[in-house]
Design a protein around this ligand. Structure first.
Ligand SMILES: C[S@@+](CC[C@H](N)C(=O)[O-])C[C@H]1O[C@@H](n2cnc3c(N)ncnc32)[C@H](O)[C@@H]1O
Length: 221
């Protein structure tokens, strides 16, 4: 499914989010600023897709940034966009091809919801983070503001599949999107799941009226 939409993925992200996705990715970078400023640090962007988060992390960074995804057509686009400045590795996020305690920071943007088992996915992300390293999860979310929540639901469940289907040629992929988001744990539950997976100092920020959320945690041991 991801291979089929790779060519139109970036365009649709910007159209469907009214370009707001760019500010969410900048927020990820600002949360990892200290790690990114360290020339000895290595940051992994999991489920990197076409690499927009990887590129954002790499901007002005002293740290090394690596992207990983299991979808080759997405990675080919990511590679072209980074013009070789970012190494990309084809791997399943549920079974990453990296040793334990490798990364100073790990990001996963709009990726965790796609994993077959969210809790096992979080444990796998934790496995590759060094003690003291940080995890940053950016995900779509369901707003809870009365009124706005209903309007957003209508937009997400009817307009998104239509526009997404028309532009990408895969209505299925853009019906799958609201479906996955509706099944994804809400912000507080995801924070609890991160604690359960062994992350400390877990906190989250609601973005753009709660349509997205950024969760942060630190691996202690
Ligand atoms: C919605 S896209 C997000 C891409 C990118 N992170 C972004 O911010 O635009 C989801 C990505 O997750 C990847 N993905 C889904 N399941 C995966 C898995 N088990 N292992 C690795 N990548 C996966 C897909 O190939 C796709 O590129």
């Amino acid at each position: 499914m991801f291979s089929g939409i790779a060519g139109r993925y970036d365009l649709l992200n910007h159209v469907l989010s009214l370009n707001i996705d760019k500010s969410w990715r900048r927020r990820v970078r600002s949360e990892l600023q200290a790690v990114l400023a360290d020339p000895n640090a290595v940051v992994l962007d999991v489920a990197c897709g076409t690499g927009d988060v990887s590129l954002e992390l790499r901007r002005d960074a002293a740290a090394t940034v690596i992207g990983t995804d299991f979808c080759r057509p997405m990675l080919i686009i990511a590679q072209e966009k980074s013009r070789g400045s970012i190494p990309y590795v084809e791997a399943d996020a549920m079974k990453l091809s990296f040793a334990d305690n490798t990364f100073d920071g790990v990001t996963i943007a709009f990726g965790l919801r796609n994993l077959a088992d969210h809790a096992a996915g979080l444990r796998e992300l934790k496995r590759v983070i060094k003690p003291g390293g940080r995890l940053c999860v950016l995900e779509c979310s369901n707003p809870s503001i009365p009124g706005f929540s209903q309007v957003f639901k209508l937009y997400f469940e009817t307009v998104v599949p239509r526009i997404g289907g028309l532009i990408s040629g895969s209505r299925r992929a853009y019906t799958y999107l609201p479906d996955r988001v509706s099944r994804f744990p809400d912000k507080k539950i995801l924070a609890a799941m991160m604690e359960e997976a062994g992350f400390a100092e877990v906190r989250f920020q609601s973005l753009t009226g709660g349509t997205a959320a950024l969760h942060l945690g630190t691996k202690t041991i």
